[in-house]
Ligand binder design. Structure first.
Ligand SMILES: [Zn+2]
Length: 404
């Protein structure tokens, strides 16, 4: 019975040519459908992958171009840095372009002249060391290096110099810089010697102990970032620095194989908005001698920015966290940020520069020593002000703060 049924089935479906063709055609059709849908599924997932990677790219692009006031921009995570002066400055991957972002801010007087007031110390005692740079740390912690003008002393010395203002702070105030992600300071200014050579020595020792590099006169600070050696030189022009000194110091940094040279100048006239002839001469001399960027301070006001031979001269960054005045009428300040490109161990002409407009205080009615990033109409106002001050200097800045 069983074999009879088998035979019947075989005869009906496989021997009969008409049925056989139909069945074979159906099988082929099914195989074809399964195969094609397989391709469709894999094609869909590939598209999804592509679109997700596109999104990531877009996000990164947006981040890079985004409004700095949000503090979320820049994809340059703070890299490992060292003070190793023996590094040759050669990049590890020779053909790769290395991006290095440096931020700069002006006068940081992290202390007081206790003969007049003690308010900065009161803020320190009340809020601690992280308070002061809390509102700008989003910028400083995401760059590769941050430099400020440290205008004061870290000392217990009582050997006060005979002058109108003398600033000092206990050594522990160095943590304000550490917490704020500041790696380099210039000590070339008119308050470094407020407590004589002892005060100067104490300040340098404390900075060294806390791994904050400093430059001043013939003392050059070297930092190596991503295999690129960067030199920081600082001049107090108020003491009559010569062009030859500027040239020689920059030459020394070049001989030590620094690929990026940042030159700080303490210069100009207090409360002036425009650089004087001496500032222009020294700034341009520094660029001509090989400086990659010139940073100025001392006027306690922001001044214009010049592009000279393809490099920037920031004539005055203004005050920053400034313990020297309880309520200055002009609280405008700048963070100047620049990305340098180094290829095959050579600094490229391309500069991505921008200004981050700030106020030295996070409240308008007094100085609370806590610089903040300006937003909205205040940001617009300060960018406009910098553009006005920079007229005739080959620079202007977009509403975002980016250099055009
Ligand atoms: Zn000064």
């Amino acid at each position: 019975m069983r074999s009879t049924y088998k035979n019947y089935f075989f005869n009906k479906f496989f021997i009969n040519t008409r049925y056989r063709k139909l069945i074979l055609f159906s099988i082929a059709l099914i195989i074809c459908l399964v195969f094609c849908s397989g391709i469709a599924v894999s094609a869909t997932s590939a598209t999804e992958e592509n679109s997700s990677s596109n999104t990531q790219t877009e996000t990164a692009t947006n981040d890079t171009n985004s409004d700095t006031s949000s503090g979320t921009e820049t994809d340059n995570a703070k890299s490992d840095t060292s003070t190793n002066t023996k590094t040759t400055g050669k990049t590890s991957k020779k053909s790769k372009t290395v991006k290095i972002t440096i931020s700069a801010a002006g006068d940081c007087t992290l202390g007081v002249d206790s003969r007049y007031n003690n308010t900065f110390n009161n803020y320190y005692n009340k809020y601690g060391d992280a308070y002061f740079f809390k509102k700008v740390k989003s910028v400083f912690s995401k760059d590769d290096l941050t430099i400020v003008n440290f205008e004061g002393t870290l000392t217990n010395s009582t050997a006060r110099a005979n002058k109108t203002f003398t600033f000092k702070a206990p050594a522990k105030y160095v943590k304000i810089l550490k917490k704020g992600s500041v790696e380099v300071v210039t000590l070339a200014n008119n308050h470094t010697m407020d407590f004589g050579s002892q005060g100067f020595k104490d300040t340098k020792e404390t900075l060294k102990k806390n791994k904050i590099s400093y430059c001043e006169g013939s003392t050059i600070a070297y930092k190596t970032v991503k295999g690129v050696k960067i030199a920081f030189v600082g001049f107090n022009a108020l003491n009559g620095v010569s062009e030859q000194q500027v040239k020689n110091t920059i030459q020394t940094a070049k001989k030590k194989k620094a690929k990026i040279i940042i030159a700080s100048f303490h210069w100009g006239i207090e409360k002036e908005y425009y650089p004087n002839a001496r500032q222009k001469t020294l700034g341009r001399c520094a660029i001509s001698s090989g400086a990659s960027l010139v940073l100025g301070h001392h006027p306690h006001r922001v001044q214009g920015i010049e592009k000279y031979k393809g490099r920037y001269i920031v004539y005055s960054l203004g005050n920053f966290s400034f313990g020297g005045h309880t309520n200055p009428d002009d609280k405008d300040a700048l963070i100047f940020q620049q990305t340098f490109y180094v290829k095959n161990g050579k600094l490229q002409k391309k500069n991505d520069a921008k200004i981050v407009p700030c106020s030295i205080s996070s409240v308008s009615y007094t100085n609370n020593y806590q610089p903040k990033i300006l937003t909205g109409s205040e940001k617009k106002r300060l960018i406009k002000k910098i553009n006005t001050l920079s007229k005739g200097m080959n620079t202007s800045f977009e509403n975002s703060g980016k250099a055009k």
